[in-house]
Design a protein around this ligand. Structure first.
Ligand SMILES: Cc1cc2nc3c(=O)[nH]c(=O)nc-3n(C[C@H](O)[C@H](O)[C@H](O)COP(=O)(O)OP(=O)(O)OC[C@H]3O[C@@H](n4cnc5c(N)ncnc54)[C@H](O)[C@@H]3O)c2cc1C
Length: 388
């Protein structure tokens, strides 16, 4: 059973860790930080911390703009996590001294053509129906807020409570915080869970979780670009901008240092090739919405693999029949926004053994027997080959 220890009574059971975390992306590191801060002895295994999806992620914290049809339970979890972000960011900065690029200007959602606007309005109506703060804006109001928007943009809406963070600042900060709290990072892969010796194992390996647990986590490719305003100045817009441009869905995330993240494709593939066609589509849609982007430097074109699940929601909780193995994976498009809530819920489960009601819809058991097989034996050869 997952019996807990209080923060004031750290383990004295020799060298055996209380918690082994597999994967040192944002999820694994935040879980490790929270567990170590509770006085648990924590070891984190990862040969390449921060090299997963977080290395390319845009860092939007957008529970409102990303509240999609058919995902009400996920939206609830996104909102719960976004509400924790301000305190989480402040605590992390206090623990490490690191800036995270946390910004709170909100998201402007826009439609370029009449058809684009009609599509966007259906989604805004759905979001407003959930009681979410979405304020439609007339074109003049839109351009008052962001004069750099193309004159062609037909209309938009503001989601003022959506924020952003820079994942390339977040992950090193979490690594530092986890280490300072006492977690030990071991730069080795875990090939199968049988080789991990700890009271509780948390599988936070992103796409790598599938081969370790049998859970239905699949890679979903995303190509994404980074541009930079010329002359080292800040971009000419302040909000995160999400839009439809001639049917193409695109987002633009401005950073204070001049970077603009322009993304992203969503492809059912597992390679990380960057294709000319995707770059063309992203740039065309981005420039259609914000013409000044054409003058920016194109500094990076890259692809990453989101850990997707059959219902787009994360998998959080004990594997069927294995209360000592907790999944914290499958965060798909939302792993950055879901970092605080995942870390808190998993750390509480580890220390108390009592699942928070928020976890109920997201357990591994919702996929039937998946996740119960093969956790002790050698992993499948494909993943072993990858790490060899
Ligand atoms: C293009 C793109 C844009 C995105 N934009 C956003 C966004 O704006 N907002 C948002 O919230 N999310 C976004 N995401 C999603 C987000 O990046 C992921 O959901 C998040 O990174 C998941 O975190 P993770 O720690 O579970 O996995 P990852 O970040 O993938 O990290 C997994 C870690 O596990 C390690 N690992 C794997 N297998 C093993 C093993 N066998 N042993 C040891 N270690 C192992 C890897 O080396 C890696 O360090 C985006 C993703 C992509 C691809």
């Amino acid at each position: 059973m997952l019996t807990g220890r209080s923060a004031s009574t750290p383990s004295d059971e020799g060298a055996r860790p209380d918690v082994a975390v597999v994967g040192a992306g944002p999820i694994g590191l935040a879980v490790a930080w929270r567990c170590a801060a509770r006085g648990l002895r924590v070891v984190v295994h990862d040969p390449a911390s921060g090299s997963g999806a977080s290395a390319v992620a845009a860092g939007m914290l957008s529970p409102v703009a990303e509240a999609y049809f058919g995902e009400r339970q996920l939206t609830g979890l996104l909102l719960a996590s976004a509400a924790r972000w301000p305190a989480f960011a402040a605590e992390l900065t206090e623990a490490t001294g690191a800036e995270l690029g946390y910004r709170t200007e909100g998201t402007l959602m826009v439609g370029l053509t009449g058809d684009d606007l009609a599509e966007a309005r259906r989604l805004w109506a759905y979001q407003q129906g959930l009681g979410l703060p979405v304020t439609p804006l007339r074109p003049t109001e839109l351009r008052d807020r962001e004069p750099a928007l193309a004159p062609r943009v037909r209309g938009g809406a503001l989601a003022p409570t959506d924020h952003q963070v820079d994942p390339r600042l977040l992950v090193p900060a979490l690594r530092t915080a986890a280490r300072r709290a006492g977690a030990v990072l071991v730069p080795q892969p875990v090939r199968h869970l049988g080789e991990v010796d700890a009271r509780v194992t948390v599988v936070a390996a992103g796409c790598g979780a599938a081969v370790l647990t049998g859970l239905p986590v699949r890679p979903v490719k995303g190509q994404i670009l980074r541009l930079r305003a010329p002359g080292g100045v800040a971009p000419g817009f302040r909000h995160v901008i999400r839009g439809y441009a001639d049917g193409e869905s695109v987002y633009l995330v401005p950073r204070s240092d001049g970077e603009v993240v322009l993304g992203a494709t969503v492809e059912e593939r597992s390679d990380t090739t960057v294709t000319a066609g995707a770059v063309l589509r992203l740039l065309r849609a981005g420039v259609d919405l914000l013409p000044e982007l054409a003058e920016y430097d194109l500094v990076e074109a890259v692809a990453g693999l989101r850990p997707g699940t059959p219902d787009n929601a994360p998998i959080l909780g004990p594997l069927p029949g294995r209360p000592d193995v907790l999944a914290a994976t499958g965060h798909h498009r939302h792993g950055i926004v879901l970092t605080p809530v995942t870390a808190d819920l998993i750390a509480n489960l580890v220390t108390t053994g009592v699942p928070d009601p928020l976890l109920a819809p997201f357990g591994p058991e919702r996929f039937g027997g998946a996740g119960s097989a093969g956790v002790d034996g050698p992993g499948r050869t494909t993943e072993e080959d990858r790490w060899s």
